[in-house]
Design a protein around this ligand. Structure first.
Ligand code: MG
Ligand code: ZN
Length: 388
């Protein structure tokens, strides 16, 4: 037996495992039984907005992705908030089939790419097709029409979902290349974690300096981000991923508001993608409390978007998910207390359809069953008919 070879092999395997934990440590399933139940908390009020618009097509589009948000996640949130969510304002509702080109159960890269680029691809792909050829995403299309664009996320901004609206790479784990792809765009606003992929890179480049040279205000805390209402903004709010809701607070609704304030300055409209990233992580961890808190945070960000759209009357909001996570179900609940007792069938994603909710001009196009890759062409068509 060659002991040195065996030792080297072991060392390699341990370092690989450590590396993957570092990037994806949110995936560890909890063994603590008390975390399966959300015992309730304070409820927030939900405003009602009229979905009654004269225009057939919108000037602005806000696409909101609850990563891992299936029907049970939505209803867990509704139960936890005393039987109400901002999502109830959406009267046009459909289902998205999330299967990727390579797998029945998609990952967030193929799921994000289908939503961003309108094409099914292999798991792990960021903005490229099955032959790793770059596909234009809806944000780039909007940019080509002279629209302002933005991306907001509670994960690292380089993580699969936001990356799908910016980058074109063969693998989701190429975080530094994804960060570099932000510099190739004309994106107006991005707010999320991932500072290290811009500033502390293996190639020694400091992309924060490059962002500043390109005219971006590069800001690392929400207090400063909240004060910005024009110009270009790179909000890098965490070294890697943002903390969970209990620690990061209202970062997502606030970042959504800031992005809307900036993007609305553009007379030719805007495209904004907002991701509630960590509903997925609550699912991976089989942690009902985590899942519910993230679901409610995402719903409050939807509330911010609704308030804007109802006032603006020219904004389409589409809310959907890239896939379901955890095979989550609700075993018991209490609307008065906001209690939700959850159960999970997997620590991974599941293959079930996810909901699609639409509000505003053109919303009636998003009802019934559809492939995840049909959502982007629908949005594109609505923007094209508005701009030509
Ligand atoms: Mg995500
Ligand atoms: Zn996931």
């Amino acid at each position: 037996m060659n002991y040195i070879r065996l030792a080297l092999l072991l060392l390699f395997q341990i370092s690989t495992i450590c590396w993957s934990f570092g990037q994806e440590n949110y995936k560890t399933v909890t063994t603590e039984d008390s975390l399966k139940t959300h015992y309730g908390g304070t409820f927030y009020p939900v405003d009602i907005y009229e979905d009654n618009f004269e225009n057939e097509s919108p000037k602005n589009v806000i696409l909101m992705i609850g990563d891992g948000m299936g029907i049970a996640q939505v209803f867990a949130g509704m139960t936890a908030n005393g039987n109400h969510l901002f999502l109830e304002n959406f009267k046009n509702i459909g289902f998205s089939k999330t299967q990727s080109r390579s797998d029945y159960v998609t990952d967030s890269a193929a799921g994000g790419t289908a939503l961003a680029c309108g094409r099914k691809t292999y798991n792990g792909a960021i903005g490229v097709d099955a032959d790793t050829v770059a596909i234009q995403n809806i944000r780039e299309y909007a940019e080509s029409l002279g629209m302002a664009t933005g991306v907001v996320s509670t994960s690292a901004i380089t993580h699969a979902t936001p990356a799908s609206f910016v980058a074109h790479l063969s693998q989701r784990t190429l975080y530094e290349d994804i960060a570099a792809d932000f510099l190739k765009t004309n994106i107006d606003v991005f707010i999320g974690g991932g500072y290290k992929h811009f500033a502390e890179r293996e190639d020694g480049k400091n992309l924060v300096d490059t962002l500043v040279l390109k005219g971006y205000q590069v800001v690392q805390n929400m207090d400063s981000i909240l004060k910005i209402s024009d110009g270009k903004l790179a909000g890098l709010t965490a070294y890697e991923h943002n903390e969970k809701y209990s620690e990061r607070g209202d970062m997502l609704p606030q970042a959504t508001q800031t992005a809307l304030n900036i993007l609305d300055n553009n007379k030719d409209g805007f495209f904004l993608m907002v991701e509630g990233s960590q509903i997925d992580w609550g699912g991976h961890q089989n942690n009902t409390r985590y899942l519910v808190e993230e679901m409610l945070d995402f719903d409050r960000a939807i509330g911010v978007a609704l308030e804007f759209a109802a006032r603006d009357k020219n904004t389409l909001i589409v809310v959907t998910a890239d896939h379901e996570t955890g095979g989550f179900s609700i075993m018991d609940g209490d609307m008065k207390k906001g209690m939700v007792k959850g159960a999970f069938s997997t620590g991974h994603h599941s293959g079930v359809v996810v909901p699609v909710f639409a509000f505003g001009p053109g919303a009636q196009n998003f009802i019934g069953f559809m492939e995840n890759s049909e959502i982007e062409p629908k949005i594109k068509q609505l923007l094209t008919s508005d701009n030509q």
